[in-house]
Design a protein around this ligand. Structure first.
Ligand code: GRG
Length: 310
């Protein structure tokens, strides 16, 4: 990456990961019932497919696929894990858009799932994606080694649950009602849970599938943590600055809702500096990896997380 322009290699690998994730999600969400299932209700499956297919940057699958590749791991199992993580992400978007939460009409440039299929279906779509993610990870098609599958299931549950993504969402809701605006430390903690935990696990999952040793696992965990923080601060800045058409969702909603963002806590310039420092921290965490296209592409992902336009 030079002068903020992503390299051809980064763009090619991003497109490749997005395509692999799309293909895998498409086949996992096929109409045929799996062994142990009875029937996949056709109209409901359409709603699940609407929520999971045909949109999004697929950044989490990219992180899993590229991290696994650092250790020579690739193929169906890695793509299945990447798709499972993306399902958790898609479910969080569907539920977050509901009238009881953000009450949004637009997501990924299209009507939100509850707008297109009704609120009851949207709740159930989120539930179905959440449940299916763990089904996929527990299946031996994802990895022949049961210990590896348990590590994936455990890691995803911890990152997406009470003390991770959901807990972060709860803190976010509480912040809207708080009498005083949150300071930067509280904002960073909330964001590390709400957004950071799943992004970090997307990296961890690649390391688990790649059977990475402890020092590499630690380095990647530091990378994932810093990248996740930079990604969310970029989101806060985009909410203030970005064009709604490019974002594919409503912009300018944080200020109106008293949202706990780093822009609100520190101002836009300091938020930008923090975002860029975190991207540098993420890159530094990968220093111990041998130079080469694989580590370089992950380092570029940290730039992308910070400099993204949507
Ligand atoms: C389970 C209700 C519920 C919420 C959990 C993650 C989350 C909390 C809510 C999702 C809404 C949101 C704005 C979260 C912040 C994280 C974020 C920037 C999401 C958007 O991720 P992108 O930019 O989206 O990767 P695409 O569409 O590209 O996949």
């Amino acid at each position: 990456m030079t002068d903020g322009v992503p390299s051809a290699e980064f763009r090619a690998r991003g497109a490749e990961a997005a395509e692999s994730a799309e293909r895998m999600l498409d086949s996992l969400l096929a109409p045929t019932a799996l062994p142990g299932e009875t029937l996949r209700p056709p109209r409901f499956l359409e709603a699940v497919r609407y929520a999971a297919l045909g949109g999004g940057k697929r950044f989490r699958p990219f992180l899993t696929i590229e991290t696994a590749r650092l250790f020579g791991a690739s193929g169906t199992g890695v793509c299945r894990a990447a798709a499972a993580i993306e399902m958790i992400h898609c479910y969080s978007l569907v539920h977050d858009d509901l009238p009881a939460l953000d009450n949004d009409d637009l997501r990924r440039g299209r009507p939100t799932t509850h707008r297109a299929f009704g609120e009851a279906n949207a709740i159930l779509v989120g539930d179905a994606l959440l449940t299916y993610a763990f089904d996929i990870l527990a299946d031996e098609a994802t990895d022949p080694d049961p210990q590896t599958r348990i590590a994936l299931v455990f890691g995803l549950a911890r990152s997406a649950g009470i003390g991770g993504m959901i807990g972060g969402q709860v803190l976010d809701l509480e912040a809207e009602e708080a009498p005083q605006p949150h300071g930067p430390e509280d904002v960073m903690r909330l964001q590390a849970m709400k957004t950071g935990a799943l992004l970090r696990f997307a990296v961890d999952a690649g390391a688990i599938l790649g059977r990475a040793k402890a020092p590499a696992r630690d380095a990647l965990s530091r990378f994932g943590r810093a990248l996740g923080a930079a990604f969310q601060i970029a989101d806060d800045i985009l909410d203030v600055e970005a064009d709604e058409a490019l974002l594919g969702k409503r912009a300018g909603k944080d200020a109106g809702r008293n949202k706990a963002t780093l822009v609100a806590a520190l101002g836009i310039e300091a938020a930008r500096q923090t975002r860029d420092r975190l991207a540098q921290e993420a890159i530094a965490a990968l220093e111990s990896f041998p130079e080469g296209a694989n580590a370089t592409v992950l380092k570029e992902a940290a730039f992308f997380a910070a400099a993204r336009k949507n």
